[in-house]
Design a protein around this ligand. Structure first.
Ligand code: C2O
Length: 535
């Protein structure tokens, strides 16, 4: 195990895309930001210095941060923001994890431009459970706005309407030649005929689940969210914001130029967004004058593809990699996901869009919840988040326009240390059904079941996969359906859980778990670091 140090200078830089130039917030002037490399067992010290006129905090998405939420990063959940001119060192020990994860700003919408890959190699002397690839590459998918992103959000909130969609999708920060002025902003991956490549694909987009494919080449999925899977081959993959997917690609076609492409999966009837980002898979020695062909991507609303793709994901489930799926459940939680409309006096038409879990719209606190939990500060949050919705209803029946009396609150659920938890997330037809990618900080969970319609507590558990369920940190709750997740609450602290569509997070689609300490100091939250940013 090694100690690795990184310096992250948060600074504003002018970047041009789509014929426009604008200042964006970056790390070290890079867009996307630098890749963090580590090996399983290493400790990372990432010193973040904020030179920008924005508050900042960085989240290490998918790293478990055992007993050490202080290094997790979500602003006002585990720390206060790093203010202009200040620094904070994230002290991260990587235990029991290897694979692809990513880091991103976790405050307002700044992750629009502040993000990068985390590559954790297996321990020295340990290989992958698949043939060693010849080379590897990061494919970080994102979005680009011509306007200042924070302004786009403020505008939307003021008018009580959803903020504008982005102007482009991007591959490694580049939209590709289907967009104006973007010939020179095209990502290209050079490959050699006959070799195998490992692609580490990350969805860093703010609001879009994406399909990704490469013309003429199959993708073999081998890992999701830094957990190995049983390999399977597919023409395209589906990846939700927050998720990571490693695929193997064989350069086994006629040497040429092939487009790789990413385009949204949009199943909510309200939004149409078909912007396609492209990059190029370029065989060595082929001139740039050869015109590439586009891959076939599933249609925008191809829910059948989404369901069948997700159903193919299975944990490797070998003795070496299997973490144990909880077979017995101590605590059953059932959370409904609802969109809705609230009154708003400052909004143009007197209403604004909102979102809730079990009818609770989460209100961000003024100081970090982890500090309040650790120091037992009263009046910051309550631990009375309901285990189930106040009034059961036909969740996925006819559309409901009422918001069923959504209540505002900073309400958490308290979990006993080491208890086993089953959480069913149920989409509802409040306003509209929609797929929601839910992310839990501090943990991986096992996706033991999923289905369309209403979860049936009598029949559905009998169909659970308790043998090789996928293990991950972000899961797309299917449109008008449900997922059942299980995890062991063995990581004490306060852990955020939210929809990874930034729009929905802003509307309040979030909550947190307060996981109690174990019986001794070795199973308790570590003391806060001395440089933890004050509020
Ligand atoms: Cu990737 Cu709470 O976020």
């Amino acid at each position: 195990a090694a100690l690795k140090t990184y310096q992250f200078d948060v600074q504003v830089k002018n970047v041009s895309r789509l014929c426009h130039s604008k200042p964006i917030v970056t790390v070290n002037g890079m867009f996307p930001g630098p890749t963090v490399y580590a090996r399983e067992g290493d400790t990372l010290l990432v010193n973040v210095t904020n030179h920008a006129q924005y508050n900042m905090s960085i989240h290490w998405h998918g790293l478990k941060q055992y007993r050490n939420g202080w290094a997790d990063g979500p602003a006002y959940i585990t720390q206060c923001p790093i203010k202009t001119g200040h620094s904070y060192t994230y002290n991260i020990t990587i235990t029991g994890q290897r694979g692809t994860l990513w880091w991103h700003a976790h405050i307002f919408w700044l992750r629009a431009t502040v993000y990068g890959a985390i590559v954790i190699l297996p321990k020295q002397g340990t290989g992958f459970p698949f043939p060693q690839p010849y080379k590897e590459a990061n494919i970080v998918l994102g979005e680009w706005w011509n306007n200042d992103v924070e302004e786009v959000v403020k505008q939307g909130n003021k008018l009580g309407l959803p903020p504008n969609m982005s102007d482009a999708h991007t591959i490694n920060g580049k939209p590709g030649p289907l967009f104006p002025c973007s010939e020179k902003h095209t990502y290209a991956l050079e490959v050699e005929q006959g070799k195998t490549y490992l692609l580490r694909i990350i969805n860093a987009a703010l609001n879009d689940e994406l399909f990704f494919a490469i013309a003429g080449h199959n993708l073999t999925v081998v890992e999701i969210d830094a957990v190995y899977t049983k390999p399977f081959t597919s023409q395209a993959i589906l990846i939700a914001p927050g998720q990571t997917t490693n695929v193997l690609v064989q350069a086994n076609q006629v040497p040429g130029r092939y487009f790789m492409a990413a385009r949204p999966f949009m199943d909510a009837p309200v939004s149409i967004d078909n912007k396609t980002a492209t990059g190029i898979l370029q065989y060595k020695g082929i001139p740039n004058t050869v015109q590439p062909v586009l891959p076939q991507l599933p249609a925008l609303n191809n829910t059948a593809f989404a369901l069948s793709f997700n159903a193919k994901l299975r944990s490797l489930n070998t003795a070496q990699f299997q973490a144990s799926v909880p077979l017995k459940v101590d605590r059953h939680l059932f959370y409904t996901i609802g969109l809705g409309i609230n009154q708003c006096t400052t909004c143009l038409n007197g209403t604004q869009l909102t979102a809730s879990l079990n009818n609770i719209t989460f209100v961000m606190p003024q100081i970090g919840l982890l500090q309040a939990h650790y120091f037992n500060t009263k009046g910051v949050f309550t631990t009375d988040f309901p285990d189930r919705p106040p009034t059961p209803f036909n969740y996925t029946g006819a559309p409901l326009t009422a918001n069923l009396g959504t209540k505002l609150g900073t309400r958490l659920s308290k979990l006993a240390f080491n208890s086993t938890v089953e959480l069913v997330l149920q989409d509802t037809n409040l306003l509209t059904v929609e797929s929601h990618p839910f992310h839990l900080h501090g943990y991986n969970f096992f996706v033991v079941g999923t289905g369309v319609g209403n979860f049936d507590p009598k029949k559905d558990p009998a169909k659970y996969n308790l043998v090789d369920p996928p293990e991950r940190n972000t899961i797309g709750v299917p449109t008008g359906g449900w997922v059942a997740l299980r995890f062991r609450a063995d990581n004490p602290g306060v852990w955020f859980m939210h929809c990874h569509l930034e729009l929905h997070t802003s509307w309040g689609l979030k909550t947190a778990f307060a996981v109690e300490n174990g019986k001794d100091s070795d199973h308790s939250v570590l003391p806060p670091p001395t440089d933890l940013p004050p509020c």
